[in-house]
Write a protein that binds this ligand. Structure first.
Ligand code: FES
Length: 103
């Protein structure tokens, strides 16, 4: 996902190629799946969470379900730094919602 300083604090960046949101907040970086856990539509970022345009599911900023029909939270993926200092979102590694990469 490139260098950490590409992303400003308080931003949510949609990485379309991998259908992932990269979130940078005061603590660091987190990555959330953009794929709705209902039937797989791509959710949209809002100021305070995520919204699915297909059947109206709402998720909070941590990806937890606020209203269905989505049955499960948006998974969080591991974010780490490569040897060259770039951000890497590993969509094969699901982590807890408290995971954060501090930089
Ligand atoms: Fe998201 Fe149905 S696919 S609410």
């Amino acid at each position: 996902a490139g260098a950490p300083d590409k992303y400003f604090e308080g931003t949510v960046t949609f990485l379309a190629k991998h259908s992932v949101f990269l979130v940078r907040d005061a603590e660091g970086f987190r990555a959330l799946s953009a794929t709705c856990t209902h039937l797989g539509c791509t959710v949209k970022a809002l100021d305070d969470g995520f919204d699915c345009p297909c059947h109206g599911s709402r998720f909070d900023a941590q990806g937890q379900v606020e209203s269905g029909p989505a049955p499960k939270p948006l998974p969080c993926f591991e974010v780490r730094l490569t040897d060259s200092g770039a951000l890497l979102v590993d969509t094969t590694k699901i982590v807890g919602k408290d995971f954060v990469l501090k930089v």
